[in-house]
Design a protein around this ligand. Sequence first.
Ligand SMILES: O=P(O)(O)OC[C@H]1O[C@H](OP(=O)(O)OP(=O)(O)O)[C@H](O)[C@@H]1O
Ligand SMILES: O=c1cc[nH]c(=O)[nH]1
Ligand SMILES: [Mg+2]
Length: 219
Amino acid sequence: MKIHHLSEQNSVLNTFISEIRNVEIQNDSMRFRRNIERIGEILGYEMSKHFNYKASTIKTPLGDCSINLLENNVVLCSILRAGVPLHNGLLNYFDTAENAFISAYRHHKHDPESFEIVVEYLACPSLENKTLVLADPMLATGQSMLATFEALKPFGTPKEVHLVSAIGAQEGVDFIADHFDKNTHLWIAAIDKKLNEKGYIMPGLGDAGDLAFGEKLQH
Ligand SMILES: O=P(O)(O)OC[C@H]1O[C@H](OP(=O)(O)OP(=O)(O)O)[C@H](O)[C@@H]1O
Ligand SMILES: O=c1cc[nH]c(=O)[nH]1
Ligand SMILES: [Mg+2]
C-alpha cells in the first residue's frame, strides 16, 4: 500500500484537522461538516497529482492555450453516513465523477465492546477499469473500509483504488495495508497511535457521524 500521510508536512490542513478534533469547536456541527469537506478538497487535490493527464487545447478569447487535463474516469464512493461531507469535498474538485454510496455501520449485537459491520444500502455504477475513490473520514479498525470494498466487487474491477480518510489509527492503517493490493493508495490527513476498548481512535475526535449529523439511537 502507498500511504500518503499528509499532516507529516505542515500545511493549512492541520488547522482543519485541529478544529474537527477540538471539543469546543465540535459543538458547531455546520463547521464540523465544512471542515471535513475542506479536508476532502485537500486530499482530493493531492490525489489528483497522481492521476493521468492528456494534452488539450483550450480557446481563450485571445488565442489557443495548451493544458494537460485529467483523463481518469473517477468513481467517488463514500460510506454512509460520516462519509457524506468528505464525499462532498471530493466532488467539489472532481466535477464529472460518477458516485456510489454504501452504508456500513457498527452493529453492537451483545455488548458495547464487540460489533460487526453491517452493509445494507449500496448504489454503484460500473467500476470496470475506472479510478475508484473510497472515502470515510474515520479509519479505526479498517473493517468498514474492507467490508465496503468487498461489497463493491460485483460492480467490476477498477483500474486503480484510492482510499481517503481524515483520521486513522495505526492499527486500522496496518489492517488495510495487509488486506488491500499493494498498488492501493491511502490518502490520510492524520494517523493516531491507538484504539480504545470500544474501537474509537485515540485521541481521534469522537464519533464523526454523530458530530456531523447528530446522535443516533441504537437499533
Ligand atoms: O474502521 P472501522 O472500525 O470500521 O470504523 C470506522 C467506521 O465507523 C464510523 O461509522 P459508524 O459506524 O460510527 O457509522 P455512522 O457513520 O453512521 O456514524 C466511521 O464513519 C467508519 O465508517
Ligand atoms: O474513533 C472513531 C471510530 C469510528 N468511528 C468514529 O466516528 N470515530
Ligand atoms: Mg460508518
